[in-house]
Every structure is written in structure tokens, then in C-alpha cells.
Design a protein around this ligand. Structure first.
Ligand SMILES: Cc1cc2nc3c(=O)[nH]c(=O)nc-3n(C[C@H](O)[C@H](O)[C@H](O)COP(=O)(O)O)c2cc1C
Length: 361
């Protein structure tokens, strides 16, 4: 298949990363994409939380903060799109520049700080998508966060569950962005248990009682073994339905060029890959495979995705990989997954889940 991104990439990379992103979003809103990369196979289709995922490859949060391009993202061949992070009120985020690429390492650093147009605009966009005459197949998750000046985080998360929960196929509570002061503290055991309890109650009253959106939690990769064990214990308490692993890291591997490593923010892309896979493996073990995991961090090809699934993920997401590889990544990854499954004699993608953890491989 002709990969048009080959030609567009030099232009995209000649622009400031955030400007390039704005141009990409505008193009997606206005120019219909050819859907030639879509791969369909029953072997890749999964039912999770009562939702049918046409394939296991999705786009991670942060790409479509205001839910403006959910339809085009699904038309690229992704099985699901996670829009957000959205906060109740609009906010500007941190001063620019705040996204930095390092192509030779396939890495990105961002310190965006949740710039977004707020819940009202987000809601209008999602409603427009839901009511469109022709809707692409695929699942839409909503990733929620708190405003920078909020002193009671649960207040913002509950407000968003109220206003956006009924429109979400699934909800992700983002407590792991490194760019909102205090946010990661919510990963501490007691704070997390209290937050999850309040959110579960809010979901009970504001969402369809028979069919509430599953509540997932997105965690950082920078958690000690003790923190992981504490969190797993809270998660097994029953107030959460799944885990997104992981957000960006504060770590800076020595191999990265000094100029790039000194930028503040969260690191994503290839240098995050093994770290996030290790956390997936650890949580899969700690939770005994009871909570579905969405694996994210440095995935840019089928082999990376397969590795995350074999570590215990049911689904995977990409963000930095999309920047470097372009939209054909969705179809290429799904086709590659089918090849890897055939190599290993697997009839369905779910059979690969946790293979490297349980030792069945
Ligand atoms: C520019 C940028 C913005 C991001 N914004 C968000 C965000 O708003 N919410 C969130 O949960 N994750 C956000 N992320 C993190 C990604 O969703 C993902 O967890 C992380 O980048 C690791 O995946 P990757 O290596 O495929 O990029 C952002 C990442 C990047 C690069």
C-alpha cells in the first residue's frame, strides 16, 4: 500500500511539533482519508467490558484532546480512540514550546499540562460524532483529568463522569500525567482508594445503571515495586474495571542527547517501551489477570504490540509511534499481529495475552 505519510513527513517534521499537530488535526477534520489500511479479522476482534473492539490497536490520549477527530481516527483503521484528557473548564496549559521530538531516538518529550477547550466543547464534539449519519466502527474512550487550580481532584473527576460518562464507551481516570502539579500523588494507596470510591458512586447515580461505562485508571511507569503492589491491592477492591499502562516517564535514559534530555516533562516513544512493558507484566501478575490492561508506551510496530499483549495487555495504544510512522501504522500493526499469531499457531489474539507471564510460551 502506498504510504502517503512518506511524502508528508518531511513537511510535518519541518514544523514546530505543536504546530504540526494542529495542522494534522485540521487536515483530519477537513480532508477525508482513504481507508485502504483497515484490516478486518475475527481473529483480532475482542469483547471486553461488554464492548466489541474490532481490533486491538487504538490511539492513546493526548492526540485528540477535544474529541475533534474521533471519526477520522477510527477511519484510519484503529479499533478504538481515546479522546482527552479533558478537564471541566477550558485551560491553556503550560507556556510553549512544550512538545519536543528526537527523531533519531524515536522519542518525544511533552509538558503540555492538559491544554483543552473544556467539557462543554468536548461534549458537543462527541455528540456530533455519535449522531453522525455514517459512523465508523470502533470504540470511543474518554480520558478525564482535573483543572490545574482544583484543590479537590475528586470534584473535577465526578463532574466529568456526570457530564461525559453517559457519552463514553469507557472512561479513563488520568492520575499519571507528570505535567499537572500534585496529580501523580493520587496514585498513593489511601488517596487512590478514596478517589475511586467517590467516582464509582458518581457513576452509579449519573450513568445508565444497566450499562455503565467501564472505569479505567491510567498509571505512570515510574512506580516502585512497593507502590505497584499497594495500587494493585486497591484496584482489586472492585472499584475499577481496567488499567491503562502507562503514561509518559520522568526518567531520562543516558542514551538520549543532552539537549533533549534536559527538557522538562514526560518522555514517550521508543525509550519508554521496555519500562512500560515491565509494568504491564508486573500488574498482570499482581492482579492475576483479573483486570483488562491497555498497554501503551513506545509501541510503533506489530512486534512491539505483540510484546505488550504477551506481557498481559488485552489492547494496545500508540501516540509517539503515530507521529513517526503516520496513519498507516494501524493497518500495518494489525496485519503484522496476524502474521505473528500465525507464526505461533494462535487462532485468536486473546490467546497471546499474558503468554510471557504465565510461561506458556
Ligand atoms: C504530546 C503528548 C500529549 C499527551 N497528552 C496526554 C493526555 O492529555 N492524557 C494522557 O493520559 N496521556 C497523554 N499523553 C501520553 C500518551 O497517551 C501515552 O501514554 C504516552 O505517550 C506513551 O505512549 P507512546 O510512547 O506511544 O507515545 C501524551 C503524550 C504526548 C506525546
Amino acid at each position: 500500500m502506498l504510504n502517503l505519510y512518506q511524502f508528508a513527513r518531511p513537511l510535518v517534521f519541518s514544523m514546530d511539533p505543536e504546530q504540526a499537530h494542529q495542522v494534522t488535526l485540521k487536515a483530519l477534520r477537513t480532508v477525508p482519508l482513504p481507508t485502504c489500511g483497515v484490516t478486518r479479522s475475527e481473529k483480532l476482534t475482542q469483547d471486553l467490558w461488554g464492548l466489541r473492539f474490532p481490533n486491538p490497536v487504538g490511539v492513546a490520549a493526548g492526540f485528540d484532546k477535544n474529541a475533534e477527530v474521533v471519526g477520522p481516527v477510527l477511519r484510519m483503521g484503529f479499533g478504538f480512540a481515546e479522546a482527552g484528557t479533558v478537564t471541566p473548564n477550558p485551560q491553556d496549559g503550560n507556556p510553549r514550546p512544550r512538545i519536543f521530538r528526537e527523531p533519531s531516538s524515536r522519542a518525544v518529550i511533552n509538558r503540555m499540562g492538559f491544554p483543552n477547550k473544556g467539557a462543554l466543547v468536548f461534549r458537543e464534539n462527541i455528540e456530533k460524532f455519535r449522531h453522525a449519519l455514517t459512523r465508523p466502527e470502533g470504540i470511543v474512550g474518554i480520558n478525564i483529568g482535573m483543572n490545574k487550580d482544583q484543590v479537590d481532584p475528586a470534584h473535577d473527576y465526578c463532574a466529568l463522569i456526570r457530564s461525559l460518562g453517559p457519552l463514553a464507551d469507557y472512561l479513563v481516570v488520568n492520575i499519571s500525567s507528570p505535567n499537572t502539579p500534585g496529580l501523580r500523588d493520587l496514585q498513593h494507596k489511601d488517596a487512590l482508594a478514596a478517589l475511586l470510591e467517590r467516582m464509582r458512586k458518581e457513576r452509579e447515580v449519573s450513568c445508565d445503571a444497566d450499562n455503565p461505562p467501564p472505569l479505567l485508571i491510567k498509571l505512570a511507569p515510574d512506580l516502585s515495586e512497593e507502590q505497584q503492589a499497594d495500587i494493585a491491592e486497591v484496584l482489586l477492591g472492585g472499584n475499577v474495571d481496567g488499567i491503562v499502562l502507562t503514561n509518559t516517564t520522568l526518567e531520562r535514559p543516558e542514551s538520549l542527547p543532552e539537549r533533549f534530555r534536559s527538557e522538562k516533562g514526560g518522555l514517550s516513544g521508543a525509550p519508554l517501551k521496555d519500562k512500560s512493558t515491565a509494568i504491564i507484566r508486573s500488574f498482570y501478575r499482581l492482579t492475576k489477570g483479573k483486570l483488562p490492561i491497555i498497554g501503551v508506551g513506545g509501541v510503533s510496530c506489530a512486534a512491539d504490540a505483540y510484546e505488550k499483549i504477551r506481557a498481559g495487555a488485552s489492547l494496545v495504544q500508540v501516540y509517539s509511534g503515530l507521529i513517526y510512522e503516520g496513519p498507516a501504522i494501524a493497518g500495518a500493526m494489525n496485519r503484522g499481529l496476524l502474521e505473528l499469531m500465525a507464526r505461533d499457531g494462535l487462532d485468536h489474539i486473546s490467546q497471546a495475552k499474558g503468554l510471557d507471564v504465565s510461561g506458556k510460551a
